[in-house]
Design a binder for this molecule. Structure first.
Ligand SMILES: Nc1ncnc2c1ncn2[C@@H]1O[C@H](COP(=O)(O)OP(=O)(O)OP(=O)(O)O)[C@@H](O)[C@H]1O
Length: 884
């Protein structure tokens, strides 16, 4: 156990997979954790300090599955292998222990195997560093080891959470000091706890990082001294951690791209969640924007598409370059179809390359690289003949055309059609590729013929017709005869040649020197063949790795072509239009649709109602317009709001948009908030969350931003909510001047359009038909005069008596609004339910039980039954008050 303790001690925080023969064994607490997590049996093995040693084990062949499960559950695993053959250890003395060492640390951010990864999503490891002096406080470095992509970015405290939300790393490295500082400044998001890994301060040191970075990246591609101190510290920590986890194998990290947060549209975590960009608020792919528009045909393409959706560009010229490329493929259906067909044959080059570099790759990875190179050449051939290719496509064509053809030919020649998973089993080199290998293999085959001839000869010589030459792992080759004939071979003259080895119930087994020789020859031939195959593998692998940088570039080009063709496919299939994207403050969408809701509505056989939006403004008039959207519940307000935000994202990521026409001046920051009823609050009260988020918008939005606010202020008492919403609209209009859509049930807000020049009222149209509302989902000018809340409540199944009573109350309230209610009516109802009053009622003197009861009511949190009970309770309080 001494060796175990030694290894365990240097790998704290990891479950130790301790190799013993055909099993990885876990001991003590590790065993308890793993057996509970994996549902495997916990056993005991010997004693330590008088206590039983808990143990459980996973067989080698199934270890990957178990490992996967543990990592998904948030555990970290150290893989400890036997570093020598047990026979070698024996040579040192009978008591010698087999040498063992940890060959790899497996953590959520350092995965490389396909079994562990989602093929269509990146898997980032991030490191966050903080330097208390200098211009920038924070820096984030992140890399996907499975593909080699590496980035580093300086960040202001402001941008930190947005960037983390965009990158969504699987693991975040940071020192305890950095964590404490972030927590103190309320910058450590609760969600990060689950992915945080504490690293020692020495790992995130900007000075110590220099030699690490110089060694990790080629000098001609990357100069670490150009980074900020925080950037160096973060990247240094990342590279060191990756190196330690791979135990000496070099992950093919690419020269880091300095990813300045200012080049992309800033989208904070709440906006990402509310717009359901990569996943729905419930965490599902289906229903998200990504799911709706991802028509890529390769996994690397899907990863790039997700990256682009998460980071729309902020520069109009770059957006237009992408749009030119997409446009060309929208227009040329034939070229698009051909490209997409050939792209389907291109395997995941980047991940195969990474595994080969980490000595984890097999023959199938080599084959993947060969096929990807061939596909690249085919794709280049389609593109090369095309006249006047847009810049992006021409650039891709050049990269694809330069793909290393000789490498692909060599791999195709060398590798067989059917390939084993593991290199160590051999059997992957194609016949006729290597003369010596063929010789060794034929020797093996010939020997088998010799065995057959020998069997025939021995049969003749001994006259035992049922004599057979067989093979098993214990005896090797042996002669087997039925028990009845066995005695004969035990006697002279045969006993000289036949050495007795085994007696079974009805057979006897013998070996002969001739057979032993044969055995040796076959084994030698097999070993020799395997050795040659392994040499060939190593040679091919080296040939591939020599071209790492070029192949990584090729992988990028293939992914980019897939994304471009996929976006063109979506645009063509669904009638999207090319947006005009420039540096103006325009936001004019005609015939806009919601890319996700449109699909759902159409799937149900209905048609989606397209709507216009025009928030365009200019510097001269103080910014963009703000539309106040009123209308009934279920009328389509949220859909309308979100569709405009999604159109901005699609346009700036370089995709056509679901509209008849669109003109968008680049949006620098996008904000989208949904009201209190949409359950996004955890921990804090819904109102508090709503206010914190509204504050973030008011503090951070600029004139270039697009703000989409859905029923802000609904989470509190009516007057508070109305006043906050009122002030927020004024601030957005007067101070920020951003383009904004503001949906509200506070109809009073619509009067702001009279005083604020860039505020306009629009409403979701409805038609009333026999007392029912029909939603037209159409946006038109004007303000809704009512919310149709009661009709919607009826559609939702509220009991008739409650509906009837609500109508009664509403009638009186409306009359009071219009000043036509009689004084007795006012006295009976209105003072109790001050819903739509323009002026807050004067604060009651002393304690007013009705107000107290109303203050305690939280409509958003009530079931219909509780609402009715509350209504009855209110009446009772009023009646009691009258009586007293
Ligand atoms: N333009 C449209 N065309 C067709 N159907 C639509 C359209 N807009 C919305 N819908 C349908 O109406 C449903 C309700 O829309 P939405 O959630 O946007 O309403 P809402 O006004 O925001 O309601 P609430 O105020 O209750 O949140 C959607 O789920 C969709 O099925």
């Amino acid at each position: 156990m001494a060796q175990y303790f030694e290894i365990k001690a240097v790998n704290p925080g990891y479950l130790l997979f301790y190799r013993m023969g055909d099993f990885y064994e876990l001991f003590f607490e590790d065993a308890e954790i793993a057996s509970a997590a994996l549902g495997i049996v916990l056993t005991k093995r010997g004693k330590h300090l008088g206590e039983d040693i808990q143990m459980c084990g996973v067989p080698i062949h199934a270890a990957n599955d178990y490992l996967n499960k543990l990592i998904k559950l948030g555990h970290r695993v150290a893989i400890c292998e036997q570093m020598e053959d047990p026979a070698e250890a024996k040579k040192r003395g009978s008591k010698s222990v087999v040498r063992r060492d940890v060959v790899r640390l497996v953590t959520p951010g350092t995965l490389t195997e396909d079994d562990h990864l989602d093929a269509r999503s990146a898997n980032y490891l991030a490191a966050l560093a903080m330097v208390r002096h200098g211009d920038t406080d924070f820096a984030l470095a992140w890399a996907d080891i499975s593909t080699g992509e590496t980035f580093v970015s300086d960040l202001s405290a402001d941008a930190l959470q947005d960037e983390m939300a965009r990158i969504a790393p699987a693991e975040l490295l940071l020192t305890d000091a950095a964590r404490a500082a972030l927590t103190e400044r309320h910058l450590f998001a609760p969600a990060w706890s689950g992915i945080a890994t504490a690293i020692p301060a020495a790992l995130a040191d900007s000075e110590a990082a220099m030699p690490v970075l110089r060694a990790a990246f080629p000098a001609d591609r990357f100069d670490p001294s150009a980074l900020s101190r925080a950037g160096r510290a973060a990247l240094g920590a990342l590279v060191t951690y990756v190196g330690e986890s791979q135990k000496g194998r070099t992950a093919p990290l690419r020269a880091p791209l300095s990813n300045a947060a200012e080049t992309v549209m800033a989208i904070d975590a709440a906006t990402r969640s509310s717009l359901e960009i990569l996943q729905t608020q419930r965490g599902q792919a289906k229903g998200s924007l990504r799911h709706a528009i991802d028509l890529t045909v390769t996994a690397p393409g899907a990863r790039l598409l997700a990256g682009r959706l998460a980071a729309p560009l902020r520069r109009a010229d770059l957006v237009n370059e992408r749009l030119d490329a997409v446009g060309r493929l929208v227009d040329d259906t034939l070229l698009r179809t051909r490209l997409r067909q050939d792209l389907k044959t291109a395997p995941d080059l980047a991940r195969a390359l990474s595994r080969l570099a980490l000595e984890r790759g097999g023959p199938r990875d080599l084959m993947a690289i060969g096929k990807a190179v061939s596909a690249a050449l085919d794709l280049a051939a389609h593109l090369k003949g095309q006249p006047d290719l847009p810049r992006v496509l021409a650039g891709l064509a050049d990269i694809l055309d330069a793909a290393p053809r000789p490498l692909a030919s060599e791999l195709a020649l060398a590798l067989d059609d059917e390939l084993p998973l593991l290199t160590r089993d051999g059997g992957f080199v194609r016949p006729a590729y290597d003369g010596t290998l063929d010789e060794e293999r034929s020797l093996g085959r010939e020997t088998r013929a010799v065995v057959a001839a020998l069997q025939a000869r021995l049969m003749d010589e001994t006259d035992v017709r049922s004599l057979k030459i067989k093979h098993n792992g214990v005896l090797g080759f042996f002669v087997e005869v039925p028990a009845a004939h066995g005695q004969k071979l035990l006697e002279a003259p045969w006993r000289e040649a036949f050495i007795h080895r085994q007696t079974l119930a009805n057979a006897m087994r013998f070996t002969t020197t001739e057979l032993a020789e044969l055995e040796g020859r076959i084994a030698r031939a097999q070993d020799a063949a395997l050795e040659i195959e392994l040499d060939i593998f190593a040679r091919l692998r080296d040939a591939v790795l020599d071209l790492t940088a070029q192949l990584q570039g090729l992988a990028d080009a293939l992914a980019e072509l897939d994304v471009t063709a996929a976006l063109a496919e979506v645009s063509a299939q669904r009638g999207y239009c090319r947006p005009i994207v420039d540096d103006s403050l325009a936001f004019a969408i005609s015939g806009g649709r919601h890319p996700v809701v449109e699909l759902m509505v159409k799937a149900e056989g209905q048609s989606f109602v397209a709507n216009d939006a025009d928030l365009s403004g200019s510097e001269e008039i103080g910014g963009g317009s703000l539309w106040l959207v009123t209308g009934p519940n279920m009328g389509g307000k949220s859909t309308f709001l979100r569709q405009n935000a999604l159109i901005a994202i699609l346009a700036q990521m370089g995709c056509y948009v679901p509209a008849d026409s669109a003109h968008i001046g680049v949006v620098d920051r996008l904000f989208s908030r949904v009201g209190a009823s949409d359950d996004i609050a955890h921990g804090r009260s819904t109102f508090m969350v709503e206010m914190v988020e509204t504050a973030a918008i008011l503090n951070r939005a600029t004139r270039r931003s697009l703000v989409v606010l859905d029923e802000i202020g609904r989470g509190t008492a009516t007057f508070d909510g109305l006043s906050i919403a009122w002030a927020a609209v004024e601030a957005l209009h007067e101070t920020t001047g951003c383009r904004a859509l503001f949906a509200t049930h506070f109809h009073e807000l619509t009067s702001l359009a009279k005083t604020l020049s860039r505020v306009a009222n629009v409403t979701m149209k409805v038609r009333e038909w026999e007392g029912e509302v029909v939603f037209l989902h159409e946006v038109g000018p004007g303000a809704a005069d009512r919310s149709y809340g009661i009709q919607v409540a009826r559609l939702a199944g509220l009991p008739e008596p409650v509906i009837a009573r609500a109508r009664q109350v509403l009638d009186v309230l409306e009359q009071r609004s219009a000043g036509t209610a009689s004084s007795s009516q006012k006295a009976s109802v209105l003072d109790d339910l001050p819903l739509f009053a323009h002026q807050p009622a004067p604060a009651p003197k002393g304690k007013d039980p009705i107000h107290e009861a109303l203050d305690a009511v939280r409509p958003d949190e009530m079931t219909p039954l509780q609402a009715i009970e509350a209504l009855y309770q209110l009446k009772k309080i009023r009646d009691d008050a009258r009586r007293s």
